[in-house]
Design a protein around this ligand. Sequence first.
Ligand code: PAF
Length: 278
Amino acid sequence: MKIVRTIEELRAQLRGQLRTAFVPTMGNLHEGHLSLMRLASQHGDPVVASIFVNRLQFGPAEDFDKYPRTFEDDCEKLERENVYVLFAPDERELYPEPQDYRVSPPHNLGDILEGEFRPGFFVGVTTVVLKLFHCVQPQVAVFGKKDYQQLMIINNMCRQFALPTEVIPAETVRAADGLALSSRNGYLSAAERAEAPQLYAQLQQVKAQVQAGQPLADTEQQAMAQLRLRGWAPDYISIRKRRNLEAPTPAEHRNGEPLVVLAAAKLGATRLIDNLEI
Ligand code: PAF
């Protein structure tokens, strides 16, 4: 695997490639990321990964400084997955001057759910992803469904800007107890780690109740109350339409609109997100 630090070196390495498959990451790679690399290799060749902890997508009170940085370990994992190039720019390379030009997702998608609780997050994500796409120029790019809203926003960005990159969604990888793998799971204490699968358990409960015909608002409220009783601080548990993340009307729900339940909740100091298609 070649590790390249500059955009110029990256372009030189990839010149002439016709089906580059790209997986952008912020590092601290776990089995979830590696499953993205494997999916990428089924859709393109060579596979290019990036590691860049993107300051633009972190709020002032968020965990940019303490975000786990495990570069050597990450490189060993990527080598084992036969990744061809790892693009690992530093901030001066990717943001040599203040990034004044930014991508602004539409408010009805970018400012709801995660966007409501993390203002500016999706502007930061789409701006860096667009920039990384210009650096790598991939034909395909893989994003996990764990970040459901991020995946939709990036997909829409590619469509609206007519980018020549096909976005491939990857299923969420879970620990045996159901907890979705995430770099932020590493922040959990042993007691919190034991409690953490409850988030997914609540989503499964929501799914079962919706399928049994229980009203959506009651179901959401009950799930949030359950989490609060167990010591969580939920930001939202919300049932939305899969196609645009808007709330379904009663008529749409009656007519079988495909739904997804999305959740974000704090356990101690750690904020976890998850979702489940219904
Ligand atoms: O999902 C992530 O890890 C990040 O949001 C991404 C897509 C690498 C952009 O920094």
